[in-house]
Design a protein around this ligand. Sequence first.
Ligand code: SAM
Length: 274
Amino acid sequence: MSHAATLTPEVLTSLIALVREHTGIAMTARKSVLLERRLQPRLQALSLPSYQAYLERVSSDRDEVAHFIDLVTTNDTLFFRTPSIWDYFRDRYLPAWARAHPGGCLEVWSAAAASGEELYSIAMLCEQFRLQTPAFRYQILASDISQHILAAAKVGQYSGRSVERIRLSHPDLLRKYFTPSPYGLKVNEELRQHASFAQHNLLEALRPARQFDLVFLRNVLIYFDAGHQETVLRQARLSLKDEGRLILGESETIARLGTGYQFEFPMIYKAGAA
Ligand SMILES: C[S@@+](CC[C@H](N)C(=O)[O-])C[C@H]1O[C@@H](n2cnc3c(N)ncnc32)[C@H](O)[C@@H]1O
């Protein structure tokens, strides 16, 4: 029965190839326990006897591919993750942008948005900024390859670690922009009305094509090998205005990659020559 299924080295190799094919994520055989733990409940739900049978299902059933992507992606995120980025955004970026674009609409892309904490962190700071600069407008696109996690971002309902963290770091914003709901706290419409959502694979061109002032591309490059990182960064550049900025995660650097981005501050890059 499926609960006793074991993952053979051959099937593991094929599953790792399938993860790469559908997401670009580079896994090694050391991830076998992780893959087993994540896929095993799905084998049971589908009453499949083995990982080989699951492999065949994913290879032949397009609908199962979406479940597979949901299961193999890691969606950890937090509100105001990496405080220095948010200090930069609030204290430097927003005032400078508004001075340069009076009455304009800031276009931000939260790429690999996971469950939306980054998206709503951006929105809260933009709302706060609007208090002093009423003519300021903004729009945020949130995208992710996982449909399941993107659906959670759209709902914008949070509990557990996510809420605990923002309760400690920004209690005033929590009170102001969230409302109690049956399953925790739900983000207010005031924030959500500035957001749009799209399922998107970062290895591909964004459709429809758009150009943003700011792209948050954080804590996702780490899952790719150098070749795929370059592809993702090239695609992101096509979605950035010439004076745009790219923001990466704490453990990510593009210093060794052949991209046109120019270092501005730690984790923050100017778009550079297209
Ligand atoms: C660890 S989360 C990062 C969330 C957020 N950016 C942050 O820094 O807190 C990584 C996200 O990248 C998404 N992801 C992985 N591969 C992707 C791909 N090829 N295209 C788009 N999103 C991808 C995953 O589904 C996951 O939600």
